[in-house]
Design a protein around this ligand. Structure first.
Ligand code: FAD
Length: 350
């Protein structure tokens, strides 16, 4: 079938869903509260299922033309000793393509007609509860703590703190390898981004990063000073660059991603710990799955039911796995045992 969809939120999930539905003959209106898509620097790991979803949206080639695949992925300890390593040519496991978030969003915005997105147009909680008229489907792509989930899914579980904080940004200069370093209660990641820029992120238990520490540079130097050369190079390049900070939460799955004509996609459905680099990937998979389900079903209700069946369980599993990885990577106890186990596993795999 085709019909009319209101998409609340012009982030990765909302823009991708708009493209998919337009391809299926639907009319779409995206309402985004800000004047443009989210303006967060740094890169996103794009795993094969996300690239396949982008292919289904006709955007895979455009995204593959940006970013780069690391030559290797390395897990290290703060002294720089390798705990585990995958080589992109030798490994049977795929290594994610690193894509600048801004480049992905540019592709998504560029794939829509100019009038598909109404920027500076917030949807209010009252509009959600009263019901916006004239649409067959209302898609909540409004991220963590969005109004569609809180207004139309009153029994959906609330967000859960992960007890961790993340900082991220980019610095000039290229690295070829993806390196994540695990210390006591904290991690630091350094990855390629676009051939000219290095993407970095840091995450730590909340107790290590009190709110009152206003200067992120001082905090990062205090927590990661003395770590190996890849980390030290990033710390030296940080002055004058933008640093994004956020407290981390995830969202347990509601009983259904669908309520009446409302449906949740992306972080609004399944915000997750960033440790597996899957939140945006799953948002793209949602968008392609929803467009296919709505396009192929005889009624919107049947299409929404199919989307829920296809996506809620797999996405829930990734939320749980990401939470577990967040706990293990930022553990404050038994880190010697953790690292020894990783070293043994890495040696067996390599
Ligand atoms: C530190 C960190 C690192 C990450 N790294 C990766 C990674 O490597 N790979 C990966 O796949 N994922 C990663 N993620 C996750 C990824 O950022 C998110 O999963 C993804 O951005 C979710 O997209 P979204 O469109 O669902 O939500 P959002 O990006 O939150 O977009 C929601 C949009 O809705 C708009 N909005 C909200 N309320 C309203 C309203 N009432 N009316 C109108 N508009 C509204 C917002 O302004 C926003 O533009 C990371 C996350 C973090 C925190």
């Amino acid at each position: 079938m085709n019909g009319r969809a209101l998409i609340v939120g012009g982030g990765i999930a909302g823009l991708a869903a708009a493209r998919g539905l337009l391809d299926r003959g639907w009319e779409v209106e995206v309402r985004e509260r800000h004047s443009g898509p989210p303006d967060i620097g740094g890169a996103l790991a794009m795993w094969p299922p996300a690239l396949e979803a982008l292919d289904r949206l006709g955007l895979g080639e455009a995204v593959r033309a940006t970013g780069s695949v690391p030559t290797a992925a390395r897990l290290a300890d703060p002294a720089g000793r390798t705990l585990a390593r995958l080589d992109s040519r030798a490994s049977i496991a795929p290594i994610a393509r690193m894509v600048a978030r801004s480049a992905l969003l540019e592709v998504l915005v560029g794939a829509l007609p100019g009038d598909a997105v109404r920027w500076n147009t917030p949807v209010t909680p009252e509009e959600v509860t009263a019901g916006v008229g004239g649409f067959d489907v209302i898609i909540g792509a409004d991220g963590l703590n969005g109004v569609v989930r809180s207004g139309a899914f009153p029994n959906a579980p609330a967000s859960r703190g992960l007890g961790a904080v993340a900082y991220r940004g980019a610095v000039p200069g290229h690295v070829a390898t993806f390196t994540e370093t695990w210390g006591n209660g904290r991690i630091f990641g350094v990855t390629p981004m676009d051939g000219r820029t290095t993407n970095w992120y840091a995450a730590m238990r909340t107790g290590l990063a009190p709110d009152r520490e206003a200067d992120p540079l001082a905090l990062l130097r205090r927590l990661y000073g003395g770590w190996h050369a890849d980390v030290a190079r990033v710390l030296d390049a940080l002055p004058g660059t933008a640093i994004d900070r956020r407290t981390l939460y995830d969202l347990p799955a509601p009983a259904s991603y669908v309520h009446g004509r409302h449906v949740l996609i992306g972080d609004a459905a399944h915000a997750m710990a960033p440790n597996l680099g899957r939140g945006a990937c799953e948002s793209l998979v949602d968008a392609a799955a929803l467009a296919r389900a709505l396009g192929e079903a005889p009624t919107a209700a049947r299409g929404l039911a199919r989307y829920d069946r296809d996506r809620r369980r797999p996405a829930g599993r990734i939320v749980r796995a990401s939470r577990a990885m967040n706990r293990i990577s930022t553990a404050t106890r038994l880190t010697g045992l953790r690292d020894g186990t990783l070293r043994t596993a890495g040696a067996l795999l390599g």
